[in-house]
Design a protein. Structure first.
Length: 479
């Protein structure tokens, strides 16, 4: 059954729900004809090929039938191992549907084989299961971006991603899988642009790492997104960081401009790799984080908070991983830093006022980013840093921090569901803006919603308030 677009936990649904269906499987020596007859009789789009231990060794899908069987009828009596897709992409059955959606784009596949902890088959999840609609455009873009060699073509694909995302929002796609697909496509696009530009400049990508920050680092982009990125590098022996930076910054600026042409605006705050302050060696990044954590300046911490969401994208990814490992070891040891982070975060309150009424601006609107999503994002970031948790996505941070702090699971689930609801309203608002031919924004007039939606949004914002109360209690920030 498709994930419901109105499911408050859309995108966080455990893949176990898809394992409840009986999964057809067969051995590698099963004749192709027999497997196809089974697929036709059961009206299914795939059959998993397993070894004697019931672990997956391959999968046969309708696409395989069209590509490998239809044009070679003689192979109908051959063993299925001849035409199956070997080494299918697998996912643990207990993971969320977000992960499956991400893997589908990453690997360009339509089916994920679900496995138990011992590696045995638990089920199969398809694109249609996650979206409840055809996703031909997603497959086309994923494949086209990976194989593109021309920068202008890659930039055009970026504009297609935005339009495809808008259509999926208008069709009611579930927030979790939608953001997973879109974020993965943007990752692929960015990787391709970075790779093309580095190769053109004859830069060895094994010596530099392109990192993404903020919403892109968290894989939570919406339809109105700008760039937040940087570079981590390691100077060669007897080479200073200024020399490396002088070579890399002009290339990074070309990459930033290419991403801008692809539809991902230049960052108004200049938090981009083309800014020399965001193109640093491993040691320089470490010193910057140490300075932020040591100064305790709430304003500086607030401005620099998106840097704590850094994620390696392409190149020498070990540099960024080492930086994150160092950061996650340091943060829990610095209660003053965490207190100051919490102090700054709690100044940004959810858009609720007296008697649970919406707190709107002078224009009668709510800023769904600042006073809707941000309280969840900021609290999750602080709770995860305080627990030394290596996660960047908001929902994953909440889940892991909840476990580490023994917070009741229902409480964490409510926060997570509420965050996804706010994101859903943001996406809808942005899609409506694009449909109307105006730049997308996050400003929603509650009066334009019907009663049920107003109640849902109000309940989601109340959960943001509850989460902030937990943050204030944990870090002793009193109003």
């Amino acid at each position: 059954m498709p994930v419901s677009a109105t499911d408050p936990a859309a995108g966080l649904v455990s893949l176990a729900r898809f394992a409840q269906r009986e999964t057809e499987r067969c051995g590698p020596r099963t004749p192709v004809r027999e497997a196809l007859e089974t697929m036709r009789r059961r009206s299914i789009g795939s059959i998993v090929v397993v070894d004697p231990a019931q672990q997956p060794v391959g999968i046969l899908t309708l696409r395989d039938v069209l590509d490998r069987v239809a044009l070679e009828p003689a192979c109908l009596d051959a063993a299925i191992e001849r035409v199956m897709t070997p080494r299918p992409v697998t996912q643990h059955v207990g993971d969320g549907s977000y992960h499956a959606a991400l893997l589908m784009v990453r690997h360009g596949v339509r089916h994920i084989v679900l496995v138990h902890g011992d590696g045995t088959v638990a089920g199969v999840v398809s694109e249609r299961d996650l979206f409840g609609m055809q996703t031909t455009g997603l497959r086309h873009l994923s494949s086209a971006i990976r194989s593109a060699t021309d920068l202008a073509a890659v930039e055009a694909y970026g504009r297609e991603i935005g339009e495809l995302a808008r259509r999926l929002v208008m069709h009611g796609a579930a927030v979790g899988p939608l953001t997973a697909f879109v974020s993965s496509l943007i990752d692929l696009l960015s990787e391709r642009i970075v790779t093309i530009e580095l190769a053109a400049a004859q830069v060895d990508s094994s010596a530099v790492c392109w990192i993404v920050l903020g919403s892109e680092g968290r894989s939570e982009q919406t339809l109105a997104t700008d760039q937040d990125n940087g570079i981590v590098f390691q100077p060669a022996p007897r080479e200073g960081p200024d020399d490396v930076r002088a070579r890399l910054v002009p290339i990074a600026r070309r990459i930033n401009r290419a991403l801008d042409r692809a539809g991902y605006r230049l960052c108004p705050g200049n938090i981009m790799a083309g800014n020399p302050e965001c193109c640093l060696s491993v040691d320089e990044w470490r010193m910057r984080f140490a300075r932020w954590m040591g100064s305790g300046n709430p304003e500086a911490l607030l401005r620099g908070s998106i840097f704590f969401d850094l994620r390696p994208l392409v190149g020498a990814t070990q540099y960024a991983r080492e930086l994150r490992e160092w950061l996650l070891a340091q943060a829990p040891r610095n209660p003053r830093f965490l207190h100051q982070m919490a102090l700054g975060a709690l100044e940004n309150r959810p858009a609720l006022g007296f008697l649970e009424r919406f707190a709107t601006g002078p224009d009668g609107r709510i800023n769904l980013k600042r006073n809707g999503a941000a309280p969840f994002v900021e609290a999750a970031r602080i709770l995860s840093l305080g627990s030394g948790i290596d996660e960047v996505r908001t929902d994953a941070r909440l889940a892991r921090a909840g476990e580490a702090r023994a917070i009741p699971a229902k409480e964490v689930a409510a926060w997570t569901a509420a965050f996804h609801e706010v994101q859903r309203y943001r996406l809808r608002r942005q899609a409506d803006c694009i449909e109307a031919g105006v730049p997308p924004d996050n400003r929603l007039a509650p009066g334009t919603l019907h009663d049920f939606d107003r109640q849902v949004l109000r309940a989601a914002l109340e959960q943001a308030r509850q989460l902030q109360r937990r943050l204030a209690l944990d870090y002793r920030v009193w109003a």
